[in-house]
Design a protein around this ligand. Structure first.
Ligand SMILES: *Cc1c(COP(=O)(O)O)cnc(C)c1O
Length: 402
């Protein structure tokens, strides 16, 4: 029997030019981290002790008083909110999602986004009531102050390319107003590189995915005040049981944080920028396609390549090209958040130089095929939206998904 999972289980290989996407396995986990996880998997360990040791590493890296590891960021959001509802009261922990007392959790409406599942659902799962603050694209000091005056158990602040970023309250103002009312702030930083900012500003907790830029195994890293972290960890005796972090998650997160501390960040950035330069060079002269370097939306140290299609001269629409790339073997996945604007992004963080060259060659090849076949402008955006829903619902547990 082969030990290659792709051959063994007939899986389709993927070249990832889309960034860190949990839908394709999030990260390529480095050897040292996998070795640490492998060794703990073969042993028994006191989980309370392990989580406490993880807390020390999280505290060191983030500047927080304490930390613990959840199964993922979404679980960490639910469990930190639960902690704000119960404190370290074990009876209240067991009673969730039934809450006695204050259960309002404030969330700027522009932060009520979907990262693969809705932010507000992760809050409601704890038994809380979500109170949207402001409107879709405007949250002002008076909106927050008024909501706080009416009472709240917690407030959540989301930093992400998914959120509205115009007319939102800056994190420092948000935290300051909440603190004036004694309301703890949980900051969702799942995909952000800044490990110290929210804690330095006085957030009660900050949440990071171990499997995103940290390249760890699936895990949710929670940094925060000692009391809130204790109450968060104790949720494993209640609703946290349904989102249990095993020893492999905890050790994976610990090893990922230690590797991050020791990583040569400048060298990693140079390698990524080299792939950006390759794409800028190789894609420069395709008719109807233009490329430009694009700085990350929330200020993470990543430059991507923005590819913009002019369908009249290219002979194809952006989503037609993305679909063709995804239908190849290996599948090539590009970052398609804004594809209805005829643009997509190439992300240099999760692929090798060789794979980056394959991506460039594939784009040239598919553009040329469209030029000859003249069928690149058939499917409208409405068609794509309908097709995407159908594709989601077509998943089958009988093993025949394509
Ligand atoms: C990815 C993401 C999450 C969910 O993270 P998981 O660890 O995969 O559960 C939550 N919030 C934001 C902003 C994200 O980007």
């Amino acid at each position: 029997m082969t030990d290659d999972p792709f051959a063994r289980w007939k899986l389709t290989p993927v070249i990832n030019a889309s960034g860190t996407m949990t839908g394709i396995g999030a990260s390529r986990v480095p050897d040292d981290e996998r070795a640490a996880v492998d060794r703990i998997l073969a042993a028994f360990v006191d989980m309370d002790e392990l989580q406490s040791r993880a807390g020390a590493i999280i505290a060191r890296v983030t500047g927080a008083e304490a930390g613990c590891v959840a199964s993922c960021s979404a679980a960490a959001m639910t469990q930190t909110i639960a902690a704000c509802l119960t404190g370290a009261n074990l009876a209240k922990i067991e009673a969730l999602p039934t809450v006695t007392g204050e259960r309002r959790v404030l969330l700027p409406m522009g932060h009520m986004v979907n990262y693969g599942a809705p932010v507000d659902q992760a809050i409601r799962l704890a038994g809380a009531e979500v109170v949207p603050v402001g409107t879709a694209a405007a949250c002002e000091t008076w909106h927050l102050a008024n909501a706080l005056a009416e009472g709240a158990a917690a407030a959540m602040y989301v930093v992400s390319h998914h959120t509205v970023r115009e007319n939102e309250l800056p994190m420092d103002v948000f935290i300051e107003l909440c603190r004036e009312h004694g309301v703890p702030v949980i900051v969702d930083m799942a995909s952000e590189y800044d490990l110290t900012g929210p804690i330095a500003l006085g957030a009660s907790a900050a949440i990071y995915s171990g499997h995103k830029f940290l390249s760890g195994v699936t895990s949710g890293i929670v940094a925060g005040t000692s009391d809130l972290i204790r109450a968060t960890y104790l949720q494993h005796r209640g609703i946290g049981r349904t989102m249990k972090a095993g020893k492999e998650s905890v050790v994976g997160a610990m090893a990922a944080l230690e590797m991050w501390e020791g990583r040569d960040h400048a060298a990693a950035r140079r390698a990524e920028d080299g792939r950006v330069a390759l794409w800028m060079r190789e894609l420069a002269d395709i008719p109807g396609l233009s490329v430009a370097p694009h700085a990350d939306w929330t200020g993470n140290p990543i430059t991507r390549v923005r590819v913009t299609i002019t369908p009249q001269s290219a002979g194809f629409l952006a989503w037609a090209l993305a679909e063709r790339l995804a239908a190849r073997t290996p599948r090539i996945l590009v970052r398609d958040d804004l594809i209805e604007r005829q643009e997509f992004y190439l992300d240099p963080c999760n692929l090798t130089d060789e794979e980056a060259a394959v991506v460039a060659a594939a784009i040239r090849e598919e553009a040329e095929r469209f030029r000859v076949s003249r069928d690149g402008c058939r499917a409208s955006w409405s068609d794509i939206k309908r097709a995407r829903e159908a594709a989601i619902l077509a998943w089958s547990g009988a093993g025949d998904a394509s």
